[in-house]
Design a protein around this ligand. Sequence first.
Ligand SMILES: Nc1ncnc2c1ncn2[C@@H]1O[C@H](COP(=O)(O)OP(=O)(O)OP(=O)(O)O)[C@@H](O)[C@H]1O
Ligand SMILES: [Mg+2]
Length: 497
Amino acid sequence: MTMSLAVRFEGIEKQFGPVRVLHGVSFELAPGRIYGLLGENGAGKSTLMKILAGYERPSAGELYIDERQREFASSRDAEHAGIVLIHQELNLADHLSIVQNMFLGHELKKGFFLDEPAMREAARASLNEVGLHKNPDTRVRDLIVAEKQLVEIAKAMLRDARLLIMDEPTATLTPAETQRLFGLMTRLKDAGTTIVYISHKLDEVERITDDVIVMRDGRFVARAPTAELTRQQMANLMVGREVSDMFPDKPPLAEDAPVALEVAQASVPGWAHDVSFAVREGEVFGFAGLVGAGRTELFEALVGLRPSSAARIVINGKTVELKNPRDAMRHGLTYLSEDRKGRGLHVDMALKDNLTMMTLERYAHPLVDTRAERGALAVAMKDFGIRTGNASSRARMLSGGNQQKLALAKFLNPDPRVIVLDEPTRGVDVGAKRDIYFLIHRLAAEGRAVIVISSELIELIGLCHRVAVMRAGELVATLGMDLLTEERLIAHATGTH
Ligand SMILES: Nc1ncnc2c1ncn2[C@@H]1O[C@H](COP(=O)(O)OP(=O)(O)OP(=O)(O)O)[C@@H](O)[C@H]1O
Ligand SMILES: [Mg+2]
């Protein structure tokens, strides 16, 4: 039985160099409840929770655990006090196995030796609990993003937390996996664990949390029992103004608009079979399906990131062969991967270098004109609403949602004709989401073809002229605007049609 734990923040401040990101945050968490922590990208949610979990030190202010003032020197210190954080940016070592990752720094020993069977057994039980049926010896690099997230959660389960912080744990999960996670959270809460749940998915916050706490611009702004707030009110509190009409009107699509991208009989061994579709200029074309349906793998193969067979790709009337994403870009097609950290951004490079990386020739004559680069960054920050106190920082220092916006800016910088966006609003707050929706429609209105892969059906319905549904590697249906409903999309995706 876990002992309950209460937390009190007293005037917490945090500065990174000259930039202040937390301004005197004070509030309390009562034991044995599930708290939703809400706020726009960059509001300071992750930073505050890293302070609580010993990953960061506050610049000022006090932290009380069960009414005792504590200063954690490290995350290990916080773990001893029963506080465990599941990171937003997955923190696993790619080259190690699942079980090695789960016990890293906490290895079980038998005498002098590692007790491998015991670790494997415990890992298996914990993986089972979160619903990931993988051999614990599988290398983490061979897992997809959602599976890595489940490993992070299973790893946290091993630590026997009294306070568990989950930083956007469901961003990559399917509805079924999320449901299972919620079951687990409810069991933990019943056993007395306090949970802080950070998410931009307000429907989930509504379903699973007891109270919500809202932060804005590094300050605490509100707390209330979840049942007393509507989603609209939550959004308004986060943004500090009324948020309305998430989706703009769809741009008109001419009946005779020329085809911008045609894909015929694309097959990806193990993932997709004989997929054909065509997208017209000015069209927003969606891809729905469960995780594992093969959408990401299909597009990775089309741009040469994995082997495929027999695909015929025609861009603007020209049959092309795409060897890699750069090649695709030269032919006018850009693909923004769902795995931002792995393939989207170079997190240790400066913001401006990330932005201009794919179009460097534009800025080099022959020396790179860094002033022009900085100018381009200023424009992109405004266009995409990228928020940071320090424009010359590295991408790693941006909040999760702001990294996402930077990745979008980077991939649109080459001015492509066909744009493939894989989960473009993952981890993005309501205000920024709306900005991205407007941007997608602007791109389409300019005559580009935009393909959106998304696990949020509402988003596909609100954005797209047509939505293709994939199930187990096959394109099973394409629904036009008049047929787009959540029920139909789910029925096709699950095969219960
Ligand atoms: N190591 C760092 N160095 C400099 N600035 C940082 C660092 N870590 C975070 N920041 C800044 O602190 C602010 C708050 O970031 P934080 O990650 O806490 O936001 P968040 O509320 O979790 O946002 P999101 O919803 O996008 O995850 C941001 O402006 C971010 O750029
Ligand atoms: Mg965050």
